[in-house]
Write a protein that binds this ligand. Structure first.
Ligand code: FES
Length: 209
């Protein structure tokens, strides 16, 4: 039996209603489940299986394929450093090492106090503003190792909530790939991706139970 919060249960039903086949909703539902549990737990996958009519193994095969579905709890701030070609050529590895050194958290791990998770990621679509970094999927372009250190210190000291990409770009970013256009005022409330069209945005998108 599914025991999600009322808001997330309603979001799940809205998502299911937007697909002709229930099974097609597996990916957005996994994000809602991840917001509910803080990560894609075994129970989260059983819940999504129940909602979609898939088997838990089928849901697990989807969840384990995509890296943005986290199978373990992540820290309050998920720092993702791009190390694909463009970012690599412009110092992405140095940025990653600076983040690891400042936080004390190696790639793929979460610190013991739960503040930071650190990962290197493949291209995040900001090659023109390389090296690019995301914190809780909020983008910052043109990041130097020095600015990456300052970013981590700022996160630790100020605990911004929500996290605003525009603000981090202004404080710690450099060259951008292109003008982002209208500023994004909602920001991120946690390390779970929140995609507005899936109705996971807003107050019901917080990570963790
Ligand atoms: S290679 Fe880093 S954003 Fe594309």
């Amino acid at each position: 039996m599914i025991t999600w919060s009322k808001d997330r249960a309603e979001a799940a039903q809205r998502i299911l209603g937007s697909y002709p086949e229930r099974r097609s909703a597996v990916m957005p539902l996994l994000y809602v489940a991840m917001a509910e549990y803080g990560y894609v737990s075994e129970q989260a996958m059983r819940d999504v299986a129940e909602l979609t009519g898939l088997t838990p193994v089928q849901v697990s095969s989807v969840a384990s394929f995509y890296t943005m579905y986290k199978r373990e709890e992540v820290g309050r701030y998920l720092v993702s450093v791009c190390t694909s070609v463009s970012c690599h050529l412009l110092g992405g590895d140095d940025v990653l090492h600076a983040v690891e050194a400042e936080t004390g958290v190696p790639h793929g791990e979460t610190g013991p106090d739960g503040t930071f998770s650190v990962e290197h990621v493949e291209c995040i679509g900001a090659c023109g503003g390389a090296p690019a970094v995301q914190v809780n999927y909020e983008l910052i372009e043109g990041v130097t190792p020095e600015k990456a250190v300052e970013l981590c210190q700022w996160l630790n000291a100020t605990e911004p909530d929500p996290l605003l990409g525009d603000e981090m770009q202004a404080l710690f970013g450099g060259q951008r790939s292109f003008d982002w256009g209208p500023s994004e005022s909602t920001g991120s409330k946690g390390p779970v991706p929140a995609f507005g069209p899936y109705s996971t945005a807003g107050t019901d998108r917080l990570a963790g139970p």
